[in-house]
Design a protein around this ligand. Structure first.
Ligand SMILES: C[S@@+](CC[C@H](N)C(=O)[O-])C[C@H]1O[C@@H](n2cnc3c(N)ncnc32)[C@H](O)[C@@H]1O
Length: 226
């Protein structure tokens, strides 16, 4: 059955993966542009949000080419936080190829091809999960949030930032709306959310929301598997 967001774009997970096929340099430039003008956020903000949420065994869902993950890990080293065992998953083979190349020779980080809504991991096998800039790209968001809940150990935490419908000052809001509409047409974005809608999805699969904060046009969510 399709959820509301699948209906918005009608795109399947394979079409979304295909839309993510691009040159690594263009992916990074485009990402910076989207972060600044659609998310109204900064890299620093993301480092501070995702950096602390790394348990002994960590899962990075929709890791992309690992650009942000690499910066987050540098931030952790700078903060003298401990090294962790990390598994990254993504559904776009082209993105995963970039991540594999980036972290070649790092035994502490492995990658697997997987749909966020059907991950090939044992139940309760991770201490923490991060989902950076990706919840709003999932065609089956409820399925993905439910599977993240499943693979987390009881007490484990997930950090996720979710794109909200643009807000604030009209010119900036209109720029963000245009970028979002372009992203939906291109297939790299499924759609923005209302705060209550996305928090409701997290709660409906069993998560306890332990923190949520609007930052620019995003909602940063910290949730715990009870
Ligand atoms: C905007 S990118 C974010 C990548 C990375 N987390 C970052 O912050 O740089 C969104 C990612 O979600 C991935 N994605 C989309 N649908 C997915 C799905 N169903 N399962 C796993 N990954 C998916 C895309 O392939 C893409 O790499």
């Amino acid at each position: 059955m399709m959820n509301a967001h699948e209906k918005q774009t009608g795109k399947s997970r394979d079409e979304i993966a295909q839309a993510y096929k691009s040159e690594p340099w263009w992916y990074d430039v485009r990402g910076f542009f989207i972060l600044t003008f659609a998310y109204n956020s900064t890299l620093w903000e993301q480092l501070r949000f995702f950096g602390p949420n790394f348990g002994a065994r960590h899962l990075e869902v929709a890791c992309g080419t690992g650009t942000l993950l690499e910066l987050v890990l540098r931030w952790r080293t700078w903060k003298k936080l401990p090294a962790r065992q990390i598994v990254g998953v993504d559904y776009a083979e082209s993105m995963l190829a970039g991540a594999l190349h980036r972290f070649k020779g790092r035994p502490d980080i492995t990658f697997q091809h997987a749909d966020a809504a059907a991950m090939p991991f044992e139940t309760a096998s991770f201490d923490t999960v991060n989902v950076a800039n990706a919840v709003h790209c999932f065609p089956d968001v409820r399925g993905a949030v439910a599977d993240i809940f499943r693979v987390l150990k009881p007490g484990g935490t997930v950090a996720a930032n979710v794109l909200l419908h643009p807000r604030g000052f009209a010119p900036l809001r209109m720029i963000a709306e245009r970028i979002n509409a372009w992203g939906v047409r291109k297939g790299i974005l499924v759609g923005a959310y209302d705060q209550d809608e996305i928090l409701g999805i997290f709660r409906s699969v069993g998560f306890e929301i332990i923190g949520s904060r609007v930052s620019g046009n995003c909602l940063n969510i910290m949730a715990r598997r009870i």
